[in-house]
Design a protein around this ligand. Structure first.
Ligand code: HEC
Length: 257
């Protein structure tokens, strides 16, 4: 009988030899994995941009899930529909509502400082109200009217984007109305020649025109399409310039013709 076979000390030694070899290879393997991770042997490490991107992505996911828990899908859909509707129906208007004027802004200050305008003075017929209309002014007005005709029609007959100017009681009516419409635009329901109109976006302000251009285009429409009325003077337009930047005016705010 082999004496080593049954010797418990030798068995214990064999066990610890095995454990030692196992541990040796395990440590080597761990070292390789550790070094590999350190020096990026297994696949690329993230660039700083990608790492930052991942962080942002994680934050966005957190924000999204936080918002979902606060707003219901229905609320989000309603809000989206409202925003889309607003975008679809809005024109580039300087200021749509008084609430949009930022308190303390230049616009707010200008509006606060603006002296109250005496519309009566503007609407009082000028001394030369009966004088024949200057053809040169009519020419300037005709050129300026090209823009208006896009919505109001070549002959002021009206169209899909604007009510008629021919047979409109507004055109031959108070001059201050017409100037205010040019400087502030017009929105909301308006009755023209017995018919109710209400264009969603209304008419955008056209205050980019000079006083002379506005006076000329208004003189032109007041003496075309069957109308005959006194010329509009650039000074009358100038007197209302402080109205620029105010929200689109509504027909009820105007002097009823
Ligand atoms: C983008 C289209 C558009 C353009 C361009 C436009 N208008 Fe208008 N205009 C309208 C709309 C729309 C209304 C009615 C607004 C409302 O619904 O309250 C209107 C109303 C008016 C009115 C009062 C109502 C009436 O029919 O008499 C006058 C006057 C007027 N516009 C003159 C002009 C003049 C002058 C120009 C050019 C300098 C002009 N508009 C350019 C769309 C336009």
């Amino acid at each position: 009988m082999d004496p080593t076979r049954d010797n418990p000390l030798i068995r214990i030694k064999a066990f610890f030899d095995g454990l030692g070899i196992f541990t040796f290879f395990a440590v080597i393997l761990l070292l390789i994995i550790g070094m590999g991770a350190l020096f990026g042997w297994f696949g690329k490490t993230l660039s700083p941009e990608d790492a930052a991107g991942n962080i942002r992505y994680e934050i966005k996911k957190e924000i999204d899930s936080a918002q979902v828990t606060v707003l219901t899908d229905e609320q989000i859909a309603t809000a989206a529909a409202v925003v889309a509707g607003k975008l679809a129906s809005s024109k580039a208007v300087a200021v749509e509502k008084p609430e949009q004027i930022v308190p303390g802004s230049d616009t707010a200050k200008n509006l606060a400082d603006a002296p109250a305008v005496d519309l009566g003075a503007i609407d009082t017929p000028t001394e030369d109200a009966e004088a024949p209309i200057d053809p040169a002014v009519m020419e300037i007005g005709k050129t300026a009217f090209i823009v208006c005709s896009a919505c109001h029609g070549q002959n002021g007959e009206g169209g899909l984007a604007g009510p008629p100017l021919a047979n409109s009681e507004w055109v031959g009516g108070p001059v201050s109305n017409l100037i205010l419409i040019q400087l502030r635009g017009l929105v909301g329901p308006i009755k023209v020649n017995g018919k109710e109109y209400n264009f969603p976006a209304g008419m955008a302000p056209m205050a980019y025109q000079t006083d002379e251009q506005i006076a000329a285009v208004l003189t032109y429409i007041r003496n075309s399409f069957g109308h005959k009325a006194a010329a509009v003077k650039p000074e009358q337009v100038a007197a209302l310039r402080s109205e620029v930047g105010k929200p689109q005016i509504t027909a009820v705010e105007l002097i009823q013709p």
